[in-house]
Ligand binder design. Structure first.
Ligand code: NAG
Length: 690
């Protein structure tokens, strides 16, 4: 009992709890949902028309903290310089990005919610839909007065980017026949000549794609100090989020005996594998298909201007050289050391392209942006065929396997940096008198499950009033998930202390059955959970559920349900709970475990316990909880733990016994089984013969 109270105190002190929404919050939540509904119809709601016609932003400049953004928006609109509606927006295009940032600023700097709302309605009227959604959702994530507001998932705002054109077409056809019906989406297909297709259920996962996209909005590469808050450890989080994404992807490949991904072959200027996205933009343009054995060429088109392969190679070489020398240039005669814990943050910002410093910007360049451009435009580098932006230049970039080849490239650079740092000594990682005696994990079983999303936003129709609202059309996809599981950790301690418990999963062997060394395992590990708990003197049993993982977030609420919940709460029926620290970013909970194999796939599980008080960040606002995780950081203030992300597996392990003999570190084998349901088999077979 005492133990429970103490724990509750420890956690309660640090974590903001979900609150019941008051009327003001509900009105704001409702407004944001409406603003993101059917963005292709500017005046879907009648209020929008009134506001857009009468609101004159320039007469309310005193309501904006800085006015540059809003002035730009109005002027560009009047001079017909804004990106037109229904054109395809890409954040990688310099002009599109510039406009999107101005639009973000106009929304972000509105001093009160009313001004923000009116600006959003105005923007919805004048700006390109995709750009508008990007700027608006990013502003909602970062504004103080919209904290806790839930945004609809990107896959419900632009379903076309996420599910194939056959399903979208089917939805249009079905729409006239029966209201509220469901379209079965076969988002996977398989060709024996293209083994990469085996992984589509994973790379096409709606939440995975959305998580990646939301990371980009949580830590925009263009974020500036003037926005009034710093994005704590942005560069390091970029490294770690990508590192985890890559490790998780490689584990999924292992489930099919597919080797880990290779780097992009810039030297040979060659991309081996093609990719067929099978998706069509809302305006009817196709996401370009890439064929096998393509040559990487310089890009020279209207959107990008000139981007040279040689420039990317130069940037990369300079960054590699900085890694080897362990310092980066910060300008004339100025250097910044990388030989420390913060080095990865500096390096991460450079590779991401979020430079704080102009000289560095010039010298280390825009490696990531240029790489996406060169690989994304590979089928039309000169703009001769007027092709739409590719998957790699969109919110769905992780759908393309080539994305992982590129991230492997960066991952090797980060590894090089990390392995030049001094390895942790036994004294550093050991905690005297603390022993993990045993770890038990309940059954690890994965299977496929159906998942539904709302398709309403793809249809152009007029608003029929609240009463008239019919059941929305839905799409049903299949996705990987797992049975909930639980860890039981036995700890014996000679002292009472606050502990950080870190749990990782790592592959044991590669796809060819060769054993990984301890160091390889550590670098390929995926973080499953990190939590803070109290340890008593003597024996402790820590129970932890998979659903509590701080690395993951649960499903985004379906747009239709979200709307209804808000409506009900506004009418006094039922409560609407919200959490001020809610994050739209986080690894999807249903993908926490890799698929494994029907006959079982062996993995290693690492559990590590260390002293929380030694790495507590005293001015951090809250402790760890769902979504406030090692891969998404915190939205406001400091990240609550000071150790490097991935600690203690993030550095070289020249001597295995350092970990093996550390008693507060535990290693065990676990097996993940994939349960193949009958209907899933049918689902696949039916489709192969299609
Ligand atoms: C990096 O720092 C360590 C101390 O943490 C030091 O021993 C080592 O010499 C440094 N390396 C370089 C290249 O300065």
């Amino acid at each position: 009992m005492i133990k429970f109270v103490l724990l509750a105190f420890l956690v309660g002190a640090a974590v903001a709890r979900p609150e019941t929404a008051n009327k003001e919050f509900l009105e704001r939540q409702k407004a944001v949902l409406q603003l993101l509904e059917k963005v292709q119809i500017p005046f879907y709601y009648k209020e929008f028309e009134e506001i857009a016609q009468t609101y004159q932003p320039l007469q309310h400049l005193q309501n904006y903290k800085y006015t540059e953004g809003i002035k730009y928006l109005v002027k560009a609109h009047e001079q017909h310089e804004l990106m037109p509606k229904s054109k395809i927006f890409s954040l990688y295009y310099p002009e599109d990005r510039k406009q999107a940032i101005y639009l973000f600023e106009a929304l972000y700097y509105a001093k009160d919610f009313e001004t923000f709302y009116k600006t959003a309605v105005y923007a919805r009227y004048v700006a390109n839909e995709q750009m508008y959604v990007y700027a608006l959702t990013t502003a909602v994530m970062h504004r103080e007065d919209t904290r806790g507001i839930k945004l609809p998932a990107q896959y419900e705002i632009f379903p076309e980017h996420f599910i194939n054109s056959r399903a979208i077409y089917q939805a249009y056809k079905q729409k006239g026949m029966k209201e509220g019906s469901t379209v079965e989406v076969k988002n996977t297909w398989f060709s024996k000549k293209n083994w990469e297709t085996l992984l589509q259920y994973y790379t096409n996962d709606l939440s995975l794609t959305t998580h990646y996209h939301n990371f980009g909005k949580s830590f925009p590469v263009w974020w500036q100090y003037v926005y009034g808050k710093q994005l704590d450890r942005q560069g390091e989080l970029y490294f770690y989020a990508q590192h985890q994404l890559l490790n998780r992807y490689n584990m999924e490949r292992l489930s099919h005996n597919m080797p880990t991904v290779r780097e992009v072959q810039w030297d040979k200027r060659y991309v081996k594998y093609g990719f067929n996205p099978q998706t069509i933009y809302r305006n009817g343009e196709e996401f370009p298909v890439r064929y096998d054995d393509m040559e990487i060429k310089d890009v020279h088109d209207k959107k990008y201007g000139k981007i040279l392969v040689r420039d990317v190679q130069d940037y990369e070489r300079r960054i590699r050289s900085a890694i080897d020398k362990q310092f980066v240039l910060k300008g004339e005669y100025q250097v910044q050391s990388l030989n420390n814990t913060e080095g990865v943050n500096v390096l991460g910002q450079i590779i991401y392209g979020a430079h704080e410093n102009q000289e560095a910007h010039h010298y280390y360049g825009k490696l990531n942006t240029y790489s996406h451009a060169l690989l994304g435009r590979i089928v039309d580098p000169e703009g001769k065929y007027n092709m739409a932006p590719s998957v790699l230049e969109q919110d769905v970039a992780v759908r393309d396997p080539l994305y992982y080849n590129l991230k492997k490239q960066y991952d090797q650079m980060f590894q090089k940096h990390k392995y030049l740092l001094r390895p942790y000594t036994k004294e550093e990682i050991e905690m005297n008198g603390v022993t993990i005696e045993d770890v038990q994990v309940s059954e690890l079983k994965t299977y496929m499950e159906p998942y539904e999303i709302t398709l309403s936003n793809i249809f152009d129709e007029t608003y029929k009033g609240e009463q008239e609202q019919e059941q929305p059309m839905k799409a049903k996809v299949e996705r990987l998930t797992h049975k909930p599981f639980q860890y039981q950790i036995q700890v014996n301690s000679q002292q009472e202390f606050n502990a950080v418990v870190r749990i990782f999963l790592a592959p044991k062997k590669n796809a060819f059955g060769q054993k990984y060394s301890a160091q390889e395992q550590a670098w390929k590990a995926m973080e499953l959970d990190t939590f803070i708990t109290k340890i008593q003197t003597g024996k402790n049993t820590l129970l932890r559920k998979s659903a509590e993982s701080t690395v993951t977030i649960n499903d985004y609420t379906n747009m239709f349900d979200l709307k209804n919940k808000v409506k009900d709460a506004l009418q006094g029926q039922g409560e609407f709970m919200f959490d001020k620290d809610y994050r739209h970013c986080g690894f999807p909970a249903h993908l926490l475990l890799p698929r494994g194999k029907v006959e079982g796939q062996e993995y290693a599980l690492f559990v590590y316990i260390s002293n929380y008080d030694q790495e507590k960040v005293s001015d951090a606002q809250f402790s760890l909880k769902q979504g406030v995780s090692s891969i998404c950081g915190t939205m406001k203030g400091k990240y609550p733990l000071s150790k490097p992300l991935g600690y203690p597996l993030d550095r070289a392990i020249p001597e295995e016994h350092v970990f093996k003999t550390t008693k507060n570190f535990f290693y065990k084998n676990v097996v993940i089984y994939h349960h193949q349901q009958q209907h899933h088999e049918e689902f696949n077979t039916k489709f192969i013969h299609h």
